[in-house]
Design a binder for this molecule. Sequence first.
Ligand SMILES: O=C([O-])CC(=O)C(=O)O
Ligand SMILES: [Mg+2]
Length: 541
Amino acid sequence: GTGLPSSDIPLKLQSSRVLSNLRDKSSDLEKYIYLRGIAESNEDLYFATLVNNVEEVMPIVYTPTVGQACQKFSQIYTAPLSPSRSSGLFVNLADLGSVAAVLDTYPSKDVKCIVVTDGERILGLGDQGANGMGIPIGKLALYCACAGIDPKTVLPIVVDVGTNNEDNLKDEHYIGLRRKRERGEKYDQLIDELVEAVKEKYGESCLIQFEDFGNSNAFRILEKYQETSCCFNDDIQGTASVVLAGIIASKGITGVDLKDHRFLFLGAGEAGVGIANLIAYAISDETGCSVDEARKQIHLVDSKGLVSEARVKSGEKLAHHKLPYTHPICTDAPTSTLLDCVNTLNPTALIGVSAIPNTFTQEVVEQMANNHANPLIFALSNPTSKAECTAEQAYNWSGGRCVFASGSPFAKVELSKENIQTTWGTKNAPFRHRSNVRIPGQGNNAYVFPGIGLGVIASGATRVSDKDMLIAARTLAKECKSSDLCNGSVYPPLSSIRDVSLKIATAVAENAYEEGTATVDRPKNLQSYIQSTMYHPTGGK
Ligand SMILES: O=C([O-])CC(=O)C(=O)O
Ligand SMILES: [Mg+2]
C-alpha cells in the first residue's frame, strides 16, 4: 500500500472541498494562509482551485489580499528548512559575490520565469522590506494559473537590502535585514550580480520581471537592462499595457478614439509615467505623429501639483521620468488642485495612480461628467484601500455615465433608477446602455503579464520590448466583447483569462520572431504550439 487513505479522490472533488473550506474562513487573510498551506503541500490542488475559480480565488492569492499578507508576512511566515518553490528565495546584501551559490539552493534548476522585488513599493503600501515576498509569490502563481507556465520553472525572489519601514525594524518577528536601505554602489552591484547569475545559470531567455521597486530604482534598472536582458518592469510596462487596452476598448462605449482623448493623471510615478509613455507611443504608431507630439495631450499631477514647464523654470529639479510631460501652460490658469486641473485642462480621461484614497472626490467626478457624456474614470491604485474612489462613487456621481476601471476588484453596482442618466454612448458608439447595472472591469496588469510571459517563454525570446506591450494591449482590447461593454466593463471576464493569455502570448511570440529575438524554431501553427506547452493541474494523473 501507499500508506495514503484508500479512497482515490479526483482532483476536482478535492478542489471543491478546498473551496468550501475557504468559504468557511472568517477573514481574507485566513483564506490566504489556508491556501499557502495547500500550495506548499499539494501544488496541483492549489492550482486546480485557482484555475477553476479565478474570479473568487484570485483576490485572495493576489490583489487585494496579498497586500495585507505582505504587511503580516513575518507574522505568518513558517520558516522552511531550505528555499522552496512556494516560499521563494531571499538574496541579501551579504550575498554580494556569491549570488550564484544562493540560486543553487533553489530546488528547481530549469528556471524560466523570475519575479523579483526589493520590497520598497509594495502595491500602494510603500516599503515592506523582505515582507514584500508575498508579491513575487502571488505574481508567479498567476503566471502558472492564468497562462499555464509550469510551476516547476518559476522563481520568486526578494532582494533584501534593508528597509526604511520603522514598524518592520522594530518587529521582533521581522524576517528581513534589520538595517536601513542600502542606496549606494552595493545595491547596484547586487542587482547586477543577480541579473548576470540568472543569465549564466538559466540562459539568455530566462524572463526577469522587476516588480514593486521604488521610483528611484525602478526606472534606472529598467533602462539599464531592457536592451541587454530578457526583462521588463510590470509596474511601468505591464500596467501601461492593461490600461491602454481598457482605453482602446472604451471606444465601444464612448465612441472616442484613443487619439482624441485628453488625459489627466493623478500620480507621476512608475504607473503614471509608464501608462503615459505607452499611450503616446500608441498614438504615434496610429497617426504617424511623433511621440513628443502625442505627449502634449497628456498631463500629470504629482504631489506638488501639475507637472509643467513653469516648475522647471522656477528651478525645481523634477525627476527625470517626469520631464517629457513638463508642458507649457498659461501661468494664470488655476492648477493647484485636481479640480482646478480638470477645469483648466478639460480631460476626457482621469487616471488615478497616486496611492491616495478619496482623491477623486464628488466634485471632481461631477465636473468630469458635466464636461463629457462618458468620461473615463480609472481609479487604479492598489489595494482597494488606496483606490482614488470606489466603483459605486464613480457611477453614482456621474449618473452612471462614466467608464470606470480599477486596479483592485470592485463588485457590480446597481444604480437606483432615479440616479441613472440615459445618455450612455454617443452617436458614434455602437450601442446604447440602458440597464442600471454596472460591472466594473479590473484594469490590473494580471490581464497581461502572464500572457506576455507565456509568449516570451514559448518563443525563447531574449528581449521584451515596448512593442510587446502595445501588441498585448491591442490583443486584450479585442478580447473585450459587446457583452462586456454593455455592462460597462472595458475588460473581458477574468474567467476567460487563460484564453486571453494564449492570444496575448501568440501575438507576443509572433513579434519575437519578427524582431529576431526568438530562439525556439518557429512552429508551423504558433498558437496551437503555445497551447500545447501550457501547464494544466492534473494531480499527477
Ligand atoms: O499587483 C497588482 O495588483 C498590480 C501591481 O503591480 C501593483 O499595484 O503594484
Ligand atoms: Mg506591482
